[in-house]
Design a protein. Structure first.
Length: 189
């Protein structure tokens, strides 16, 4: 199987069970059930709207999935309503397909579509080595606080990407996620 046969498309409602299976497989026995439960909550969370959900499909099989949910940015106790921002979480590539560029292909295509819909900023809490390939940069030093403080040794895991010119320097504040993702247990890095 090569990645040229893999296509990225928006997820449909009837993909849901297959998407959950991808995350269960990718994250393994320990973390998988926690991520699946979180993902189900996020998919049913009205505070996550607008949601952007994409799958990578190969020969009619869903091999990867990424979800983006809405976040707001708060500065001086007020929501900044000028900014359109999202957070990337979770992302998974099914176990046997990992390490073949599918995650990269999926995220690149998804970010392109987000940019086209007018999203200005995307946040992620994840592996710096992985996400810097898409242009993500440490967010804390650029004035964006995570919903919960990220411990100093892992501060670079909290990242931001601008999809619109000058968006990073135009805004700052504390990022607030949808209700499902606002549980502190998801912010230990
Ligand atoms: C992390 C993940 C999404 C990457 O997707 P992928 O299709 O396997 O990755 P790609 O083939 O696009 O890219 C491979 C690169 O990712 C890196 N990578 C894979 N897993 C990584 C990890 N846990 N930490 C850091 N880098 C990682 C590889 O080192 C490789 O780097 P290189 O290009 O410099 O050699 C996928 O491996 C996965 O689903 N893992 C389990 C679930 C998970 O951890 N998801 C959370 C993502 S924050």
């Amino acid at each position: 199987m090569n990645t040229s046969a893999t296509e990225v498309r928006p997820a449909r409602s009837d993909d849901r069970d297959r998407i959950l299976a991808v995350h269960l497989d990718a994250f393994g026995d320990a973390e998988g059930p926690v991520i699946v439960s979180l993902l189900e909550e996020m998919l049913d969370d009205s505070t996550a709207e607008p949601v952007h959900s994409f799958v990578a499909e190969s020969a009619n099989e869903i091999v990867a999935h990424v979800l983006f949910t809405s976040v707001t940015i708060h500065a001086n106790s007020q929501t900044d309503d000028r900014v359109s921002a999202q957070i990337l979480a979770p992302l998974a590539v099914t176990g046997e397909r990992q390490g073949r560029g599918i995650g990269t292909q999926l995220v690149e295509a998804a970010l392109q579509r987000l940019a086209e819909t007018g999203v200005q900023l995307v946040f992620v809490l994840g592996y710096p080595k992985y996400y810097t390939r898409f242009g993500f940069l440490p967010a804390g030093v650029r004035g964006f606080q995570a919903p919960y403080p990220i411990s100093e040794p892992n501060a670079d895991a909290w990242m931001v990407l601008e999809l619109a010119a000058n968006a990073v320097e135009s805004f700052e504040g504390t990022v607030q996620c949808c209700e499902a993702l606002s549980d502190q247990k998801y912010w230990v890095e």
